[in-house]
Ligand binder design. Structure first.
Ligand SMILES: Cc1ncc(C[n+]2csc(CCOP(=O)(O)OP(=O)(O)O)c2C)c(N)n1
Ligand SMILES: [Mg+2]
Length: 271
């Protein structure tokens, strides 16, 4: 899992380097979660992305597309070389996730709050069909400012969606600042627990702990689960970790050199 995390991080950096800019912070904070889901948890068939028995992943914080695209390419949903077309005209990898363009993307996202609503709908539909598929959904802490998220939480509890695992990426930052300065959120875990979710808060950068939390979540019956991920925005790219402007970065020459060095380090670590 650790190696897969490093590989995802490496691919994100290569994509953003090629483009010269991109959503770095929120991509890096979910690397370990994606790594665990795609190596140890999800029931998927990369050669058949539309397989009807697959588990679903909805990346509600759709701007973190580069992280998910990297995981999908590494799993073989499409060629790794396609990653370098991020944001190009006519690319299959737009900056935000699009289910009609990219193999392995289960829901189009980018308008914050809407992905979690789609996810609870998918989970309800699967329940109605008495199917065993699981639905994983990742939202941002800033995204929680969208009231629509709370409607989805109510819906998930009311409909006993124990086939749903919600991840909240609590990296304490959103687009242009710290969540505490933009909209105080108090204790996110307690809030989601108050909606009836089986909720835990864990280190979002430790693969073993994430795996254990997911395994526990899958044992819960009759209520949905939530795993609050204590994370660092920009994790693994020290220059940007927790930095106020790390949401969408545009590299200058110094930053590009730094990224190049990090790419070399990661390549050595992986080989
Ligand atoms: C409905 C909606 N409002 C505003 C935006 C613009 N926007 C894009 S990302 C972002 C911040 C999101 O913060 P968070 O959910 O914490 O994401 P992360 O820190 O994980 O990158 C905002 C406000 C949007 N995409 N959708
Ligand atoms: Mg955030």
């Amino acid at each position: 899992m650790k190696k897969f995390s490093a590989q995802i991080r490496l691919e994100i950096l290569k994509m953003l380097k090629q483009r010269g800019f991109g959503h770095l912070g929120g991509s890096m904070s979910i690397v370990e979660t994606l790594s665990v889901l795609y190596t140890k948890v999800m029931n998927i068939d990369p050669s058949n992305p539309a397989w009807e028995d697959r588990d679903y992943l909805v990346l509600s914080k759709g701007h973190a597309g580069p992280a998910l695209y990297s995981a999908l390419a590494l799993k073989g949903y499409f060629k790794k070389s396609i990653l370098l077309t991020l944001n190009d005209n006519n690319t299959t990898l737009p900056s935000h996730c699009d289910r009609l363009l990219t193999p392995g993307i289960d829901m189009t996202t980018g308008s914050l709050g809407q992905g979690i609503s789609s996810a609870v709908g998918i989970a309800k539909a699967l329940k109605l069909e008495k199917k065993q598929n699981k639905v994983y959904v990742i939202i941002g802490d800033g995204e929680l400012n969208e009231g629509q998220c709370y409607e989805a939480l109510q819906f998930a509890y009311h409909h006993k969606l124990d086939n749903l695992v919600l991840f909240i990426d609590e990296n304490k930052q959103q687009l242009d600042g710290f969540t505490k300065d933009i909209m105080i959120q108090q204790d996110i875990s307690k809030k989601v627990a108050a909606f009836g979710f089986d909720t835990v808060k864990i280190d979002g950068h430790n693969e073993e702990i994430i795996l254990k939390a997911i395994k526990n979540a899958l044992l819960v019956k009759d209520v949905p689960s939530c795993i609050v991920l204590d994370t660092v925005k920009g994790k693994g790219v020290e220059m940007y970790e927790g930095e106020i402007n790390n949401h969408h970065v545009r590299f200058n020459d110094n930053q590009l050199e730094y990224v190049n060095n990090l790419i070399t380090e990661l390549e050595e670590e992986i080989s």
